[in-house]
Design a protein around this ligand. Structure first.
Ligand SMILES: [Zn+2]
Length: 491
């Protein structure tokens, strides 16, 4: 099966065919950095991380995610933080602080960094090297009559001059206009028109432009930065469902009105909800990443299993019960993840016995088919669960572990290792079990552990107890399972 994805623009699940064979270009709207990241932000980043990992199995992926570092909310926050201070400095400080928090949250989740992470403030005016700044695009839209300048130095996009407006949100211009109005002093010709350039207000950050000092409207940055880094025709544009209108509708209008092909697939994820309401800073019903990780016992995999349990296009309701269920789900993997982390995974004497298992290969096929089918992560996770059950069963079949195994038991151990390695490998396609197999023991710890095993085989329990304690003091738990022992770093 080939990859199929739901395209918001056509409202159908389409076969995914990148514009250039073998290569995918993908742009996702990133955060506006004015506060600590919450659960909704990391779900968004994780959804696109899973999509990127899946695409990267087949294609070379170039991924850009922007940072909105100038905006009304940032200016407001800067005013609160540094009353009477230099607003330019205060805005940069606010943006830098919360961008660092955002990066930290994604690092805790093991979300891969984008290939390019352009900042809005660095793309307002031309850098002299090329003509792909926001001011350049706005000037082009004004020149073609798609946009107009008003008294006072602001520039608006004339929505009714763009016939395909509303195609993404599947509404007519009149439907979209319902409830909108022109605020006094705005000077807009039509209530639906949106700002491309906002004339400077005293003290606020501003840049020079042909229409006087000012700053860009929000939508223009994504049209400009996506095309600058991915080309005027790129493959995927993504974000939350709440960005379809007006943000993405406006991005399309700005790019198409300037004659650019722009994005081919529009991918939107559902929102994190609390009692069926969107989790957001403004509603005050948000939970920070730090708080939710505490509820997950600091295991990012618990949070990821919570995310994976819903299809990316569905809303995801956050309740303590749902997090508890994800914790249990993760615990069901614990024995195997612990084993995979232990030296049992690399027993050279067993390697010749590690052979592919038909049942695992079938489950692997189910797993990838599910991901190909519009990234059906609940199905993929269920295939992983079945792989885990199989691994447990194979483990239970081993009668004696370690030295002194019969030929038959070596075969069983080999089959178990094959299954558990496959489990770890498929988990990694979803960003799970990232730490598996990465534990390397120091020479001293390894030495003590070898002595420990030898002492137990020789039934010298006094020595083994002493060594167990020493290892424990160094942060390692020793478990005796069947005829062998494994060493696990404490979590
Ligand atoms: Zn955007």
């Amino acid at each position: 099966m080939s990859i199929r994805l739901y395209n918001t623009l056509t409202r159908t699940i389409e076969p995914f065919e990148p514009r250039r064979p073998g290569e995918v270009t993908m742009y996702v709207c990133g955060p506006t950095v004015y506060d600590e990241p919450h659960l909704g932000h990391v779900r968004s980043a994780y959804v696109f991380d899973v999509l990127r990992r899946h695409l990267a199995r087949i294609f070379r992926v170039r991924f850009a995610r922007n940072v909105t570092d100038v905006d009304d909310k940032i200016i407001e926050k800067a005013r609160q933080d540094a009353p009477g201070g230099d607003l330019n400095v205060a805005c940069s400080t606010v943006a830098a602080r919360y961008l660092a928090s955002y990066h930290q949250a994604l690092a805790l989740l093991g979300v891969q960094a984008p290939d390019v992470e352009p900042k809005a403030t660095e793309h307002v005016v031309s850098d002299g090297k090329d003509f792909s700044s926001m001011v350049d695009l706005i000037a082009k839209l004004v020149a073609t009559g798609a946009a107009y300048e008003v008294k006072g130095g602001s520039v608006y996009f004339a929505v009714r001059k763009f016939p395909r407006y509303g195609a993404l949100s599947n509404r007519t211009v009149d439907e979209l206009q319902a409830g909108t109005r022109v605020e006094p002093g705005e000077g807009k010709q039509d209530p639906l028109d949106f700002a491309l350039w906002k004339a400077a207000k005293p003290g606020e950050p501003s840049w020079p432009s042909p229409w006087g000092a000012g700053r860009p409207g929000w939508h223009i940055e994504c049209s400009v930065m996506s095309m600058k880094y991915l080309g005027e025709a790129f493959d995927i544009h993504g974000g939350g469902l709440d960005l379809i209108f007006p943000h993405h509708e406006n991005e399309i209008a700005q790019a198409h009105a300037a004659g650019k092909p722009f994005a081919k697939y529009w991918i939107h994820h559902g929102l994190v909800t609390v009692n069926s309401e969107k989790m957001s800073k403004s509603l005050g019903n948000f939970v920070t990443v730090e708080e939710v990780l505490k509820q997950c016992n600091q295991h990012a995999d618990v949070l990821k299993m919570f995310f994976l349990s819903a299809h990316y296009r569905s809303p995801l309701n956050y309740t303590p019960t749902h997090i508890a269920a994800a914790r249990q789900h993760y615990e069901n993997y614990r024995l195997l993840t612990d084993l995979a982390n232990s030296p049992i995974i690399s027993r050279p004497d067993i390697e010749p016995y590690v052979t592919p298992i038909a049942e695992v290969e079938e489950l692997a096929q189910t797993f990838f088919n599910a991901l190909d089918d519009d990234l059906n992560t609940p199905e993929a996770l269920s295939a992983l669960d079945r792989m885990r059950n199989l691994s447990s069963r194979l483990h239970a079949e081993i009668k004696i572990h370690g030295p002194g195994q019969s030929e038959e038991d070596k075969n069983r151990t080999g089959r178990f290792l094959s299954a558990v390695r496959s489990l770890a490998e498929h988990g990694k396609c979803l960003g799970l079990f990232e730490k598996l197999g990465k534990t390397t023991l120091s020479k001293q710890i390894d030495g003590w552990f070898e002595q420990y095993k030898a002492a137990r085989i020789g039934k010298d329990f006094k020595t083994s107890d002493t060594l167990r304690k020493k290892l424990n003091d160094q942060g390692f738990i020793v478990q005796d399972t069947g005829g062998t022992s494994i060493i696990i770093p404490k979590h």
